[in-house]
Design a protein. Structure first.
Length: 122
């Protein structure tokens, strides 16, 4: 098996292992995180209705002025605070954290901590 294909298969397995335990609903949506080398994205998702309640990323026009580079912990902290603010505006206080295939450290952990400081409960 080619190395890229093996890595994708492992990533897919990790993601599914995490997601099979998590379900978001209107009262407690799923806070899903995706990161790339250049940016970080997050969404509050209601899985029962298939609706995204709020989202934030380093590519948003509102946050682009604050973020110098989207692939570091400083950017993750800004995005975490933004998703907490937008979630509270949408009436969300409790969330289920979905780290996806990523380990809970670095940018993912920083985003989660900033969202907690912003008022979201995990």
């Amino acid at each position: 098996m080619k190395p890229d294909r093996a890595n994708n298969k492992r990533r897919w397995r990790r993601k599914n292992r995490v997601r099979k335990k998590l379900r978001g609903n209107a009262e407690q949506p799923r806070l899903s995180v995706r990161r790339s080398n250049q940016h970080i994205y997050c969404q509050l998702i209601d899985d029962e209705n298939g609706v995204t309640l709020a989202s934030a990323s380093t590519r948003d026009k509102d946050l682009r002025g604050e973020v110098k580079f989207g692939g570091n912990c400083d950017a993750a902290k800004i995005v975490g605070a933004a998703i907490a603010e937008r979630g509270k505006a949408a009436g969300v206080t409790k969330v289920t954290f979905d780290r996806g295939p990523y380990k809970y450290h670095g940018r993912v952990a920083t985003l989660a901590d900033a969202a907690r400081e912003g008022g979201l409960e995990f």
